[in-house]
Design a protein. Structure first.
Length: 326
């Protein structure tokens, strides 16, 4: 992990925001790009939102990016660009919760606050055979209190990193290395042969299914896009003109245009799964000649060579990659 051992609170903060909803393997590359482009909090605060989105695209959960930008501006305005060094002040920053605040306080300033991530929860759940579900408010409070009781107050950064690494390498989710575990004699889950029952599983998410029909309107050198401004998924990201339906069925006979289905042809289909939503996208490649100028004026016409300058959701990027636009 490129941020491991770093004491710079700015870089720790960037890494933790990325890792809130992203695996380490995927997040490392984004971390490098962000730090290279914005090496200080001043650089990040002065960035445009679209420039940030352009780097962030593919990570998803864009609210993290918006919060990160707002926090950078707040640190510059309220702390003269110096990252706060008190836990309470860190916790008050937009987009920073208990875990992120503890990580920054511990790793940057060696303050005595326990970091509780999935690895820590798994280790403690098995050793103590804890039946509290971490994914509830009561469970989060329980694990946070227990972790702070166990924390080595003299070496909080070393302790936090150690227990996280232990969970990642020994007390793994699948096939844990119990015979190599120094806690084997006190691990309750091992004693009762219930390792695979802990931690208590998160309730299965029921995904809402949504169908989006995207019109890829283009001419030889240009493509037409639009900015999503409504408070919904992909807010402030660019997409194609789209129609959402309850099923895969769509009518192309709209007042603004009237397309013959035989001209439209079969769509390319791509999928994207969000936290509580499963998106199916139907992409129709259409010539701009099929649409009246009054309709096209409502869209943004850009040169195909400039597509990479705009931020798009993952499902649009998948279409671009498959069709060699990028």
């Amino acid at each position: 992990m490129p941020w491991k051992g770093i004491k710079d609170p700015y870089k720790i903060w960037i890494s933790e925001i990325i890792l809130q909803q992203t695996r380490v393997q995927q997040g490392a590359n984004y971390y490098h790009k962000l730090i290279e482009k914005y090496p200080t909090v001043f650089d990040l605060a002065n960035a445009t939102e679209q420039a940030l989105f352009s780097i962030w695209q593919g990570l998803g959960y864009y609210s993290r990016c918006r919060n990160m930008h707002a926090t950078a501006k707040s640190i510059v305005a309220n702390y003269n660009g110096i990252f706060p060094n008190k836990h309470e002040a860190i916790l008050s920053l937009k987009g920073v919760g208990d875990y992120t605040a503890a990580a920054i306080a511990s790793f940057a300033y060696n303050l005595p606050f326990a970091v509780v991530d999935g690895n820590v929860v798994r280790v403690l759940s098995r050793i103590f055979m804890i039946t509290e579900n971490y994914h509830t408010a009561k469970g989060k409070k329980y694990f946070l209190e227990l972790s702070n009781q166990l924390l080595d107050k003299e070496q909080p950064a070393t302790y936090n990193q150690a227990i996280m690494d232990f969970g990642a390498t020994i007390c793994k989710p699948q096939n844990p290395l119990c015979n190599d575990c120094p806690f084997i004699d006190i691990c309750k889950a091992f004693e009762f042969n219930k390792i695979n029952d802990f931690p208590i599983k998160k309730e299965k998410i029921i995904h809402k299914k949504r169908h989006f029909h995207f019109f890829v309107i283009e001419d030889k050198h240009h493509i037409f896009i639009t900015l999503r401004t409504e408070k919904d998924i992909w807010q402030k990201l660019h997409t194609f003109y789209s129609i959402e339906t309850d099923t895969e069925v769509i009518s192309f006979k709209q007042k603004e245009y009237n397309l013959n289905p035989s001209v439209v042809g079969a769509p390319q289909i791509f999928n994207q799964t969000l936290t509580h939503q499963k998106i199916t996208g139907y992409f129709y490649l259409l010539s701009s000649d099929l649409f009246p100028s009054t309709f096209l004026k409502k869209l943004q016409k850009i040169n195909k060579n400039r597509i990479s300058e705009y931020a798009f959701p993952r499902i649009i990027i998948s279409f671009f990659e498959k069709n060699n636009y990028l």
